[in-house]
Design a protein around this ligand. Structure first.
Ligand SMILES: [Zn+2]
Length: 133
């Protein structure tokens, strides 16, 4: 996996061209954080190739949440070794709520990048270019 692919996953860009946005731009902290674009504005790649395509992204999300839980638990154990179970559950709950939009998007970006590989070809018929002409 190249650095450019990792960057496109982090920025939730199209897995094929690394240019178009998968999600509505600037909506990460709004209630529309989960709204995806239908296809890439640059190369035309469909972001939901078939119904139920992102079912597997739940497993990616599960792995990320587990890593987040362990990190929060270790941080709490270091900062406050005599923590109570209530405090731990409250911190885990708050942590999950804060990271929900980010984890939702990143798990879908990881999932689609597993199956759709980067193409360095120029996309002359891209919808993006048709608008610019
Ligand atoms: Zn694209």
């Amino acid at each position: 996996m190249s650095l450019s692919t990792l960057k496109s996953i982090y920025q939730c860009k199209c897995p094929r061209c690394h240019q178009g946005d998968m999600f509505l731009r600037g909506k990460l902290l709004s209630s529309k954080f989960s709204v995806m674009n239908k296809c890439c504005a640059h190369c035309g790649q469909a972001f939901e190739p078939e119904p139920g395509y992102y079912f597997g992204a739940m497993f990616v999300s599960y792995a990320i949440n587990t890593a987040l839980f362990i990190t929060a638990w270790l941080a709490l154990s270091i900062v406050h070794p005599d923590y109570s179970l209530t405090l731990l559950l409250a911190i885990l709950g708050i942590t999950v709520l804060i990271f929900v939009p980010f984890i939702y998007r990143i798990s879908r970006a990881i999932w689609i990048s597993i199956f759709i590989k980067h193409s360095s070809e120029d996309f002359p018929d891209s919808p993006d270019r048709a608008v610019r002409k």
